[in-house]
Design a protein around this ligand. Sequence first.
Ligand SMILES: NC(=O)C1=CN([C@@H]2O[C@H](COP(=O)(O)OP(=O)(O)OC[C@H]3O[C@@H](n4cnc5c(N)ncnc54)[C@H](O)[C@@H]3O)[C@@H](O)[C@H]2O)[C@@H](O)CC1
Ligand SMILES: Nc1ncnc2c1ncn2[C@@H]1O[C@H](COP(=O)(O)OP(=O)(O)O)[C@@H](O)[C@H]1O
Ligand SMILES: [K+]
Length: 609
Amino acid sequence: MDMQQSQESQESIVESLDEDHLQMLVQHAYDTDTVRAMEQPLLEQGEPLMRHAAAAVATNVLQLLESFDLDEHARITVLAGAGDNGGDGLFAGALLAKRGFPVTAIAVGRTLHDDAYRTFIESGGHIWVLDAANTIPGCPSEFSAGEAGERFEQAMEFASNSHIIIDAMTGIGAQGALRGIAGSVAQTLGALLDELRAHDSNDDMQRPYVVAVDTPSGIGVNDGSLPGPYIPADMTLMFGAMKPCAILPPACSACGEIWLVDFGFDLESHDPAGSIVGMDLAAAAIRQVMPTDAKYSRGVTGLITGSQQYPGAAVLSTTAAAHTNIGMVRYMGPTRAQDLVLHALPEAVIGKGHVQSWVVGSGVPVRTAEEEADLQQQSIEALLAHYALSEDGSNEEAYAMPAIVVDAGALDLLPDHVPSHVVLTPHMGELTRLLTRLGVDVDEDTVRNQPLQYARMAAKMTGATVLLKGSLTIVVQGGQFADDQVFVAGRAPAQLATAGAGDVLAGMLGAILAQNADLVQPSVPSGDESDHDDEAQVAQAIAEIAGAAAYLHGLAAALASKAKQRGWHRAHLFGIDDLDEEHFPIGRPIVASDVVKKIAAAIGKLQNN
Ligand SMILES: NC(=O)C1=CN([C@@H]2O[C@H](COP(=O)(O)OP(=O)(O)OC[C@H]3O[C@@H](n4cnc5c(N)ncnc54)[C@H](O)[C@@H]3O)[C@@H](O)[C@H]2O)[C@@H](O)CC1
Ligand SMILES: Nc1ncnc2c1ncn2[C@@H]1O[C@H](COP(=O)(O)OP(=O)(O)O)[C@@H](O)[C@H]1O
Ligand SMILES: [K+]
């Protein structure tokens, strides 16, 4: 099959698919086992998936060369691993070599995909081997350590002077951090590319443009981590479906622009490992007001936030909650904070009363071991004690409590085991502190590098739902029988990184939980297996609602700052979307109060969509 045939057959796959399928493609990510399971029936039917993959890579590279005004002298380097990912890269290289481009493949392993290697050589491609123990037919081997070193250096020099690098070292078969020569290549080239990228936008092709095949080599495909050196890509051509690394920090940044090559996988029959929170999910979390509503039926949120030291957090969290489509807010805190809350929000009711959700801890200082808990900390501790589960999970009162958002200083007061409608909202530093308190030996850099793994650890250890804040906000489900599906909200522009933004989110999340009180109330576990599904369903609803709050928060920030930039941009569909360069204005600076002022507009936008 040549490039045109493969491309036509690719386009016919694309045309035959419906909008729902395309929507699923850009919203859900599937782990590598699931991707292999979805590939299997197609391979059994004889679909030449590898040829489709290679044709897509070659087509994209040709488009890039054209857009960069490069002719047949453009230098193209393929970093080729020994597996099928290398096979994709070599087949793509063969198609480009056939078009007359000089293409060199740097073999990082001891072997190469047989058929792809033969085709590559027949098409005029050149091979550069690095491993003295390689058994690649017709290539030099058993060279000295000195020569191996020289070869490596020359190869890196060559690659860094090429126009296009096709990274095909590892794809979904990657296990852990890159080892051996692949690891050294990623170490040397990855660092160089990062440095060049920091100084240059590459509008003028002053550094190699990196196209990753399926996934950038060296990243954690299933958990989005960066376990070791990796090759940062400008663009990733991803096959069949998004893998979790496409949507999870920090690996998703290493993917660059993502182009999805649709293979017509049966996505509908498989569970995603992760999902991007979009407008639909966010809109579904906003309760429609009804003619029969009264303030109480719309939901009431109680807040124990702010302190003598940080009274502003009380104002931000309370005003945010009040603006997020509920009937009333109740505020509890020091007199100074009460006064400020009432000044900003005369509608607030001061003092205790019946509520459908709680928000605690925003702007409450962390309690140090030496200090006595102040009144605010004592109230929070007393409230949180009602959510404590004993080791065997029995404590019926905990399940009957309203949903609660545990933020900032309250994270230190969390009981050991709680139900899933306790939603923790740490940033990376707070998650590190929480895990340390739970006895995990971890520092903040490690958490930053593997946020999913550590958010999940906190959820598993405590039972709580965990919303981990950052440029992308990830939500992992709590509860004993929860699904592993992670939700990622990437709607926020970087302008949201401003003091008090987290207090606003806590208030908004509290309000969204209150208006969905019936959906987020876990029942007391009966021990009966048939109830596990119900429990899992509630845990998922809570996680979706938390994701929805993060989305709405990001959208309000985008409206306030007039930014188009986001933490994550939708993947492009190969064969459907255009390669046109998009621009995402970063918007103007904002403060957290500006976000509160745009919550109503953001809700309006969701409801009118
Ligand atoms: N299965 C299929 O039908 C299709 C697979 N495709 C391609 O095939 C890829 C998967 O191929 P494979 O299963 O062969 O796996 P990969 O080629 O992704 O990875 C396996 C190779 O990487 C090496 N490797 C793994 N972990 C390493 C590490 N930590 N350090 C150094 N080397 C490491 C292994 O020794 C092996 O040589 C996909 O990502 C995709 O690119 C596509 O061609 C589409 C169809
Ligand atoms: N680079 C970024 N891009 C988009 N959103 C961000 C970025 N950095 C932080 N945020 C968001 O800003 C908020 C900051 O919250 P937090 O760290 O708790 O701040 P504070 O304690 O000052 O309120 C979170 O919702 C987080 O997701
Ligand atoms: K790759």
